[in-house]
Write a protein that binds this ligand. Structure first.
Ligand code: ACO
Length: 361
């Protein structure tokens, strides 16, 4: 048996390849470098969904804009009970109100949902009214507009687009596997996406970037880094934003995110010295992990600079995982459709290691 299913191949896919030795990500025949910062979120969604829906339009933007408007109706269900929950729990609850199904209309509504619901939840938790979607805008531009109530700058829109594209798909990660298992039962895309959101929210997967801001805040100054990191490791804590099941070298998405932060730091989004401070903390973590775990190849993963990017876009850390879901949702849907197209019910076995019934004397 493989601990944590490490090394087990559980699906053939045309969607993405994660090369953990070379530190390379391919999404439908294109390298991450050919996609991030070069194509829009709608374009990568179309690329991922190509061949999985018969009625896929050439340009997904108008249909996705219309879907944002459609799901906005569900925001009225955001009651005080939900507002006491974390943003991801509230966003997931609103998404659960959407009907199940397997067609393109369901896929578009599910893609619109995290963006629309996250903006509404974050605003409501700050005592502000939700902002109605503008279907004429691109998805990233409208996502930021719904969050802030005013248009974001082209640089900010480009940064969010780059993020959403970067995290759109990534092999058989935990949330995608969960979505594929659910899809294999033919439960429907909404069920698969809800499973994906639920797996993503854990701190070992998509819940990592929020605590990264806590770590940076707690360290405060580069000279405090070593003592703070050593104390965290002495307590047995894991350092968020480092390590990966597949990558044995640096996660290529970390550099895509760092580049997006660097581009944004030319404006006023990134506090002076913030990126240099994060780089100093990163260098300390890597040196200490190398020292303490010489047999493990632990490097920076996507989440470290994601945290800086989403902070620069003025998302509260409590909502970072929701933004991750806004990007990954198109990958979950593509995998669910791929699973439905060719896959059998996913049903592995367990080995019983408990006691046997006592035989009566
Ligand atoms: N900090 C400290 N120690 C670590 C870290 C870390 N970030 N990551 C791994 N280790 C240690 C473990 O404690 C373990 O040590 P041990 O064998 O002495 O107990 C060993 O390294 C396990 O290494 P791996 O087999 O490479 O880790 P695994 O594949 O089980 O876990 C995971 C991968 C969950 C991502 C892990 O590296 C981790 O917890 N990282 C922090 C959380 C994080 O950043 N998650 C986001 C991942 S990217 C994504 O999901 C989008």
């Amino acid at each position: 048996m493989s601990d944590g299913l490490e090394g087990v191949v559980a699906a053939d896919t045309v969607l993405s390849e994660v090369d953990g030795q070379a530190g390379r990500l391919i999404i439908r025949g294109r390298s991450l470098e050919q996609l991030a910062g070069r194509v829009s979120f709608e374009e990568v969604a179309r690329l991922l969904w190509e061949g999985f829906f018969d009625d896929l339009p050439d340009d997904l933007a108008p249909a996705l804009g219309a879907a944002r408007l459609e799901v906005f109706a569900e925001v009225s269900a955001l009651d005080t009970g939900l507002l006491d929950r974390t943003p991801i729990e509230a966003m997931r609850a609103l998404t659960a109100r959407l009907a199940d199904g397997d067609d393109l209309a369901v896929a578009l509504r599910l893609t619109a949902a995290p963006a629309v619901f996250t903006a509404a939840v974050v605003r409501a938790q700050a005592g502000e009214a939700p902002v109605r979607p503008d279907p004429a805008l691109g998805h990233a531009a409208d996502t930021l507009r719904m969050l802030r109530g005013k248009l974001a700058s082209p640089a900010e829109v480009a940064a969010l687009d780059s993020y959403l594209v970067t995290v759109s798909d990534h092999g058989l990660n935990a949330s995608t596997f969960a979505a594929r298992v659910i899809a294999s039962t033919r439960a429907g895309l909404t069920s698969a996406v809800l499973g994906g959101i639920s797996a993503l929210k854990g701190p070992l997967h998509g819940g990592a970037p929020g605590p990264i801001i806590d770590m940076l805040d707690a360290i405060g100054r580069p000279e405090n880094a070593r003592a703070w990191i050593e104390a965290a490791l002495d307590r047995g804590d894991r350092l968020m934003g480092f390590g990966h099941r597949i990558y044995r070298v640096r996660d290529p998405r970390a550099d895509a995110m760092k580049l997006a932060v660097r581009r944004l730091s030319q404006g006023s989004n990134v506090a002076p010295g913030r990126l240099a401070f994060a780089e100093a903390v990163e260098a300390s973590v890597l040196a200490i992990l190398k020292d303490r775990k010489p047999d493990r190849a632990l490097d920076t993963n996507v989440e470290f600079y994601t945290a800086l990017l989403l902070e620069a876009l003025a998302y509260p850390p409590s909502a970072f995982t929701c933004v991750f879901a806004s990007g990954r949702v198109v990958g979950w849907i593509a995998h669910a459709r791929e699973q439905l197209a060719g896959g059998r019910l996913i049903r592995p076995q367990s080995r019983y290691v408990g006691p046997q019934p006592r035989i009566a004397a």
